[in-house]
Design a protein around this ligand. Sequence first.
Ligand SMILES: [Zn+2]
Length: 503
Amino acid sequence: MIPSRWLPLLALLLGSLAACAPAPPPTVSVPVDDRAEIAARLEADIAALASDALAGRKPGTQGGRDTYAWIEQRMGEVGLVSGTNDPGSYWRLPVDLLGVEPESAELVLGQGRRRVVVPASDAAVFTPRRRALAFGGPGTGVPVVFVGYGDGSVLGDALAGAVAVMLADPGRDTARRDALFHQRATAVLTVVPDSEALAAVRAAAERPRLQLVSEEEDNLAAYITDKACAEVIGARRWASWKAEAATQAFAPIELNLSVSIEATSDRREFASQNIIGMIPGSVPGSGAVLVLGHWDHLGECGPQGAVDRICNGAADNASGIAMMLELARRLKGGAPLARDVYFLATTAEEPGLLGIRAFVKDPPLPLTGIVAAFNLDMMAVAPAGSPVGFIGRGKDEMLDAAVLAALRRHDRALGDQNLADSFLMRQDGWALVQADVPAVLLSSTYGSRPILDPFIAARYHQPSDEVSGMELGGAVEDLLLHEDLIREIADPARYPASTPPRP
Ligand SMILES: [Zn+2]
């Protein structure tokens, strides 16, 4: 599960409840002994994945590589076969990642003969490149264009190669900057109101971050405080330009300002792996069910100098992988299934759903053939008897109905829907929903605040998310619910595909 601060504003997407319920089918009962056995198997796999030996399962580390090697071995042990659809790569779907950490930055502005190196307290520059440099202004052949509060779109191609200077306008800045880069501006200099605003930009940009190589944006973005800008340009002149920019009639103007912008970054490109196995169905071409969970966690995240710095991620998300493996074992061991069932362990969920996004861009099976997907994330939090959080409700009527019917069969209460909805964009299923794949996350972890809040406060993304003291009662019930649902959905006679899957 990824932190909420990394998300755009959440639009609440509330589904409508089925108005009337048919007579409840018989409830599913599983012997108590069986449940204890399931809990023991979950605990053994969680303990292996959350052990200090895997050092927090961070992509790009030895612990990360050992984690997916362990998952491959377990997928084989529970009876899965490769789901890659690539004879050259048995379990692995490579995901090319890029880590960028800003190193140095310099912004120099000049007016006439005056040349000012803007101090770091008033300027910041970022690039994903190892080194990026841009010059503009008189004598350089590169225009410096003041676009005010606009996005330069009135200029069209005329902006190509230019250095753009824009005034910050909270809420619209990222989109405007992207538009300017899209028109091939060499660099964009954003004027922010004060040093506080600059510190906020810095805090967001200086955190080491991971992205997909395929989504890399090659750009050079500089920031300067309003005060520093006024000092170079002259307070009166700067004030008049800003006043003009605020009028309806404003058109971008070329500035008689020389600019030198430079930044360097520490870059590291590496491959991590999504791991995928499957149970082939008995009716080829009838579609697929996808079970997924992320294997990665944060590595070391405890404070410097702490005795235990490893974030073991027992609940987040060793528990989801353990549940996936046990589900695979039980489904494989039971009656044959008509549809294919895929089991996908994703990498790099924590830095922003990167592994699943790579899967969506280059899937080994047609996404249109996936009739339903079940994400498993932070499954070992609630005790038995807890209500079920239903994340992803309201996107697919047929899946909603199947889930609600299964809850009744299992005598499980539906949890707080607002709470569940608030996690929609924070989990791998979101990338599937965006690609029109029906995807839900069903877990007692997200059913009620009295269950979720203490976990978030005491363990979430902390070294204390360890095997000891973990609660598996809710996880076992959730597993049985999934097993039942997947059996139903893997059967085209009981669950017809809403759109016919393509071969
Ligand atoms: Zn997490």
